[in-house]
Design a protein around this ligand. Sequence first.
Ligand code: UGA
Ligand code: MN
Length: 256
Amino acid sequence: PTIFVITPTYARLVQKAELTRMSQTFLHVPRLHWILVEDSPHKTPLVTDLLMKSGLTYTHLHMPTAKDRKLQEGDPSWLKPRGVEQRNEGLRWLREDRRAQPGGDNQQGVVYFADDDNTYSLQLFEEMRSTQRVSVWPVGLVGGMKYERPVVEGGKVVRFHTGWRPSRPFPIDMAGFAVSLKLVLANPEACFDGEAPMGLLESSFLQGLVTMDELEPKADNCTKVLVWHTRTEKPKMKREEALQAQGLGSDPAVEV
Ligand code: UGA
Ligand code: MN
């Protein structure tokens, strides 16, 4: 089955670096279709060009985050969920596009939501490829922990190892699960709820799709970390700004 990877992305200094790293990981993954959704009122030339030259199978979409939902400068990052409208737009496109294909709702495929700043092992994609409904695995460096993971007993997920609100319906980071395309197509209303309280974004999607009992543990019964919730430091521009003030800033024609 093809793996459909839905990625929200937004313009910032490190965007091209993030997307370059990500696209070059994906080049090593067979049968991967990248659905990249820009948080922007239009497709940007930077992303358009990067995708065109990437060598990947891809779909380029855009969907701006509503202004009242967008984090403002100075807001703490946990205040509002990020990437919501973009993931939902990716789902909308996928459902519409797949319906038009031969086979309709009965198609092999796996859907994975991959943020543009995480670090992905190639092994992760082979693990998720056999997803029947919803598969799960550990995520490293997340939630103020070395890792979070589903705890597996007798081949079933019985609880979650997490440092925060383990009673959430699905205390799993976005990077820690994949869903079969069939399940996505069979549940046309399933999407991410931007109004979901903090920590419940993933649950807002998974609730109604699956029960804990049905989760399929991957990565050696959830004992291996194959994806890391890395976050990229915001580059300091102190020198750049000082030089700009003297008319000696970096050439804006050079794409970074
Ligand atoms: C954590 C989770 O890992 C995310 O999956 C979840 O969406 C997020 O929290 C949340 O609370 O909403 P975190 O590293 O804090 O992730 O979030 P980011 O990596 O900054 O953003 C998640 C994705 O949304 C990224 O792919 C990013 O490019 C995108 N994004 C972020 C936008 O499209 N627009 C924005 O304004 C900000
Ligand atoms: Mn992130």
